[in-house]
Write a protein that binds this ligand. Structure first.
Ligand SMILES: [Fe+2]
Ligand SMILES: [Fe+2]
Length: 218
């Protein structure tokens, strides 16, 4: 066993000894090191994509943009109006006529989307117009079919005007769009005119209409 007096003496000498010296200056970094070069791309990685230009070439003139934006509304209204007619036919028990109108409505909203896509792809802002109320009722089956054909003919006239403006602007992209729609309108008008002819041949009401309705139901 160690002598307690000696042990106390050793401990007091250790306490009196100076602490180990700490280096006087320690460099403390307060800001990140300056980066002078971009970091290298990872091995096997791709170069970063180039920045998108701030503006595209102006393709669509202001006049044509107004017409095309309005046409998004016209095609949307055609969709809406076909649904209005479909509902009227359905309440008359003519499900085949209603189904035909609903199918046309789906085509019209696809048309609206096609025009909208063209405007946006050209980098232009689409100012979409308000859509007016769909016609809720008709005097007769024949007058409903006449109204449908008249609306299709009005849409054809819209596209003809757009075609003329695109030609004036030498806007080949919009001219291509208008040409596609004018060809499409041949089918649209022909389908509406054929239905009206059949309704007229059936005398506008009676068993002949039920035959047409069964045919349209598929
Ligand atoms: Fe259309
Ligand atoms: Fe149409």
């Amino acid at each position: 066993m160690q002598d307690p007096i000696k042990l106390l003496s050793m401990l007091s000498k250790q306490a009196a000894a100076p602490a180990a010296e700490v280096p006087a200056t320690v460099a403390v970094q307060t800001s990140p090191p300056e980066v002078t070069e971009a970091p290298a791309a990872p091995a096997g990685g791709r170069d970063p994509a180039p920045e998108r230009p701030q503006a595209q070439s102006k393709v669509i003139s202001d006049d044509l943009l107004t017409m095309l934006s309005q046409q998004v509304g016209n095609e949307s209204y055609a969709c809406y109006d076909y649904y209005g007619a479909a509902g009227w036919f359905k309440l008359k028990g003519l499900d085949g006529f209603a189904k035909w109108c609903e199918s046309q409505a789906a085509g019209e909203i696809a048309h609206a989307r096609k025009v909208y896509d063209h405007i946006i792809l050209a980098g232009s802002p689409a100012a979409l117009p308000a859509i007016t109320q769909a016609r809720p009722a008709y005097d007769s089956i024949q007058s409903a079919c006449e109204a449908i054909l008249a609306r299709e003919m009005a849409v054809t006239a819209d596209w003809r005007a757009i075609c003329k403006q695109a030609l004036k602007d030498a806007d080949g992209a919009s001219l291509g769009l208008a040409t596609w729609f004018l060809t499409e309108q041949l089918e649209e008008e022909n389908a509406a005119a054929t239905l009206l002819d059949r309704v007229r041949m059936a005398g506008g009401e009676g068993p002949g209409i039920l035959v047409i309705d069964a045919d349209l139901k598929g």
